[in-house]
Design a protein around this ligand. Structure first.
Ligand code: FRU
Length: 912
């Protein structure tokens, strides 16, 4: 159980016990009172007076048991008091003898016994309380003797046989009567204390003895019964009746005396209150007498009134006491309920206090815990920050390493390109073709190719990691495509006697694939198959159409296979099977899977007796994004891939066109790789005047030469290729020069960056020399077309750039200046260059580059165009026009005009 819950429960029970706590029963003095019966008023009065006494003593717990005049029940009642461990027992016996034993038992149990009224046999009780019954008998006898005037004949009616008062009263009565000869007890009737026991026997006795003077009954009830019996015989006035008890009740002794029924009654006090007082003394071990006698008195018509008054007073007092008791009880109840309310309130107060304490405790401990948690949290945050910082450092370092390796890989590409390009030249070289050397050259070529593929795989891996691949899928006949790739392996298959097959039912089956990527997948799977399949083995590619709109391309070999438990790892990067002791990078399969995934396909491996890689691709193109789909033509025009780059032999390597230097275009190669520069120079010098720069003086050299075309690398020492291109394209002097970027950086971003820098063509390494050559000549051809346009549209060159380049605005601006100064004979080329912010040489070269003629000729052309215009206007003659346009003589003007328009100014003028 939770600690706090326990705490609350303890509080609850503590508070509850506070409420329910009462004076314990065990703390009270347990008084057991065995009453003989309660049928008569004497007993009722006895009970009432003992109760009143008990109620005055809160320490007393009084229990009254009524034996109903049944001696056995009385014994049981006393037994029960004993077993309930009463502190003291009061017994008012029915009979004497039967109770002796049980009283002894009580004493043995240590419980004192007080006998009241009637006695038990023997002396074995603690104390006795009651009036002296012998004396009562004597008093009655003496009363009769002193008052008798007639016969002296008496009838005695006794109490129940076996009860001590009956015996003792009779004894005392007889004693005195017998002492006087004149008196005689004519008959003794055996009564039982109650009225009915009297009537029949008394009637009989009276009928025989009608001159009876006195009847003494042992109690008032039987005396009244005797009177009533006598009355039936008409003797009630003749006979005098004496009773015992003297109760102050209706039909009680006092009333009977007062009404004249009884002549007298002997007061027999019940002693109820005295009995309790005595019992408590006994309980408190105070000294008490064994026999405690209550005083008695004769009540007759002389004192009945007085005694009645006294008794009434006592009764009144008693009723006052009773009503006070009642009031006390009511108050006690109120007190009890108020006490309970107080306890309940205390209970709630305790609970509230406890909860308050608990909540304060909780608040404190919560705030402590909160602080602790905050500290922990702060530590965690700090650690987290540290981890993040470390992660960032690690990531930066990782990034730096990766960039380093990527950069390095890019750098590898250039020398490999060179090697391959030279090797390709060698393969095609007639001097080697027929010799034994060709095989060795081919081995160099093959291994260079392999090295290149590995580097490309590394770069692809990085690219895949950075999610930079975009699928460029086109509808492809998969049979043809597969066959094409297989061609590359057929030589090896034949050499090693490997059964190399393609199984495909539908040769026209088309799938949307990115040929470049799928080529790499095929190449990888086949390279692996060939690597692990022994000579004379079997490798097959099977193409199946499944029912579910998918196509399965399986690559199966009879090689060593892959251990069962490693199958799930083969596509993890850098994985190498435990049975693979050949060199492998471990990224080929990873890349293949990623490339297939780009096609929304799957690549799986089964390995039972050899390996089987299965590519599953969806038919159609609905599973691809529109941006991932290209048409076939585009796919054909794509940047040459690895295979065509490296296996296709350049056909035009040696077909150099020898052109004279004066006709040659100038070309500036900006490249810091000396070998590549040498290679390009060697390959391009026959067609172009090749200038070179390692990049450090690229812009300066461009401005000096104003070449017709520039080939520029990206990774250069000083400024990178993008910067150089941007600068050159911004500058009016060089903005017209086409720039070809030749770089190993093949990402989309790099190409985009290049194009944004204004470059005209972007070629990636390894490059195809023929494509480079084609690019150069295409760009120069386009420049030529532009030049033609400018030359023939001097005035029609639209100010709003039609081609969107700087040249157009340059020409427009230049033409504008020339036109404004056309009639100024002093206006020179220098002035024009000045106004355009370029040098004379630069102006000359730029104009030559853009419109193909020198600047003086261009100014003359503008002047002649103006002349033609003036000739048409008819306002001036030919000489005036010649001089106004700054021609030195009208003859020179005429010659120049004829050269340009084919007719003389004169003819031109007359023709309009
Ligand atoms: C009451 C009574 C009294 C009598 C006493 C003797 O039950 O009968 O009338 O005096 O008992 O024990």
């Amino acid at each position: 159980m939770h600690k706090s819950v326990k705490y609350i429960m303890v509080l609850f029970f503590a508070s509850f016990s506070l409420v329910s706590c009462k004076q314990k029963q065990g703390d009270k003095i347990k008084v057991g009172f065995s009453q003989a019966m309660t049928t008569d008023d004497w007993r009722k009065q006895m009970n009432s007076s003992i109760k009143i006494e008990a109620s005055l003593r809160p320490e007393v717990d009084l229990k009254i048991s009524d034996a109903n005049n049944n001696i056995n029940k009385q014994i049981e009642d006393i037994e029960r008091f004993i077993s309930n461990k009463a502190d003291i027992i009061i017994v008012s016996p029915i009979q004497s003898k039967p109770l002796t034993a049980v009283v002894e038992k009580s004493l043995k149990a240590g419980i004192p016994v007080l006998i009241v009224d009637r006695k038990i046999d023997g002396e074995n009780y603690t104390a006795y309380l009651g009036a002296d019954n012998i004396e009562i008998g004597r008093i009655a006898a003496r009363y009769i003797i002193s008052h008798s005037k007639n016969s002296g004949k008496i009838i005695e009616i006794t109490g129940a046989y076996g009860s001590s008062p009956a015996y003792e009263r009779s004894m005392g009565f007889n004693q005195i009567v017998n002492e006087n000869k004149r008196f005689k007890i004519v008959n003794t009737i055996q009564g039982d204390w109650e009225k009915e026991s009297v009537k029949i026997p008394l009637k009989a006795v009276l009928q025989q003895n009608p001159n009876i003077e006195y009847i003494f009954a042992h109690n008032d009830r039987m005396a009244l019964s005797a009177w009533e019996t006598a009355k039936t015989l008409g003797l009630e006035k003749k006979i005098k009746f004496i009773g015992v008890d003297g109760l102050n009740t209706v039909n009680g002794g006092i009333e009977l005396v007062k009404s004249g029924v009884l002549d007298g009654t002997i007061l027999y006090p019940t002693g109820g209150n005295e009995a309790l007082k005595l019992a408590l003394k006994m309980y408190n071990k105070e000294p008490v007498s064994k026999n405690n006698i209550l005083s008695t008195i004769v009540i007759d018509k002389n004192n009945a009134e007085i005694i009645e008054n006294q008794m009434d007073k006592v009764d009144q007092q008693q009723s006052v006491i009773e009503s006070q008791q009642g009031a006390i009880k009511v108050q006690e109840r109120e007190y009890a309920s108020q006490n309970n309310l107080v306890r309940l309130l205390s209970f709630f107060l305790v609970i509230i206090l406890s909860l308050t304490i608990y909540s304060i405790y909780s608040t404190i401990s919560i705030s402590r815990k909160k602080k602790q948690l905050e500290r922990i949290n702060q530590t965690v945050i700090d650690q987290n920050n540290e981890i993040q910082e470390m992660a960032q450092i690690a990531q930066r370092s990782n990034e730096a390493k990766l960039n380093f390796f990527t950069g390095l890989s890019h750098e590898f590409k250039t020398p490999i390109t060179l090697i391959m390009s030279y090797v390709e030249s060698l393969i095609e070289n007639e001097k080697i073709k027929g010799t034994a050397l060709i095989d060795e050259v081919k081995i160099i070529h093959k291994n260079s190719n392999r090295l290149l593929r590995l580097i490309n795989q590394l770069l692809d891996f990085r690219k895949i990691e950075e999610q930079k691949f975009t699928l460029r899928a086109s509808n492809t006949k998969i049979y043809d495509f597969t066959n094409e790739v297989m061609t590359n392996f057929k030589g090896e298959a034949a050499r090693r006697n490997i059964d190399f097959q393609l199984i495909c039912k539908n040769k026209n089956l088309e799938l949307f694939i990115d040929k470049g990527l799928m080529d790499k997948v095929y190449f990888n799977l086949l390279s692996n198959a060939f690597k692990f399949t022994p000579d004379n083995g079997k490798i097959s590619i099977s193409i199946f159409e499944n029912q579910d709109n998918t196509v399965r391309i399986s690559f199966k070999d009879s090689g060593i296979g892959i251990p069962e438990n490693e199958l799930s790892n083969v596509f993890n990067p850098f994985f190498r099977a435990s049975n693979n002791n050949k060199n492998s990078s471990g990224i080929g399969l990873h890349l293949s899977k990623e490339f297939v995934l780009l096609h929304q396909g799957t690549l799986e491996l089964k390995s039972k007796q050899g390996s089987e890689f299965v590519i599953t691709l969806l038919k159609g193109n609905s599973h691809l994004q529109p941006s991932e789909i290209i048409n076939k033509a585009e796919n054909l025009n794509k940047t040459p891939n690895l295979i065509s780059d490296n296996l296709d032999i350049e056909t035009d390597l040696n077909q150099e066109i020898v052109t004279s230097k004066s006709e040659k275009h100038t070309l500036l190669v900006i490249e810091d790789n000396i070998d590549l520069v040498a290679f390009l120079k060697a390959k391009l010098s026959s067609e172009y005047v090749v200038y070179t720069s390692d990049g450090s003086d690229a812009v300066k050299k461009t401005m000096e030469i104003i070449p017709d075309i520039i080939i520029c690398d990206i990774n250069l020492v000083d400024k990178d290729g993008y910067e150089i291109s941007r600068e050159l394209k911004k500058d009016l002097r060089s903005s017209h020069i086409p720039i070809i970027i030749l770089t190993a950086q093949s990402t989309k971003e790099s190409v985009l960056k290049g194009l944004q820098s204004g470059v005209d063509q972007y070629l990636t390494k390894p490059f195809s020399l023929s494509i480079l050559k084609q690019s150069i000549s295409s760009l120069l051809f386009n420049r030529e077309k532009l030049r033609y346009y400018y030359t023939n549209n001097i005035y029609r060159v639209e100010p709003e750039s039609k081609f969107g380049n700087q040249e157009q605005s340059f020409i427009t601006k230049m033409n504008d200046i020339i036109t404004r100064n056309v009639e100024n004979p002093k206006f020179s080329v220098e002035d024009l260059a000045d106004k355009l912010g370029v040098s004379r040489v630069q102006l000359y070269r730029k104009v030559k580059a853009i419109i193909g003629i020198n600047i003086s000729d261009h100014i003359n052309n503008v002047k002649l165009e103006k002349a033609a215009e003036l000739l048409k206007s008819n306002n001036m003659n030919i000489s005036e026009i010649a001089y106004s346009l700054g021609f030195s003589s009208p003859n020179y003007f005429s010659t120049a005009f004829k050269n340009k328009f084919g007719i003389s100014p004169k003819e031109y003028k007359s023709s309009t």
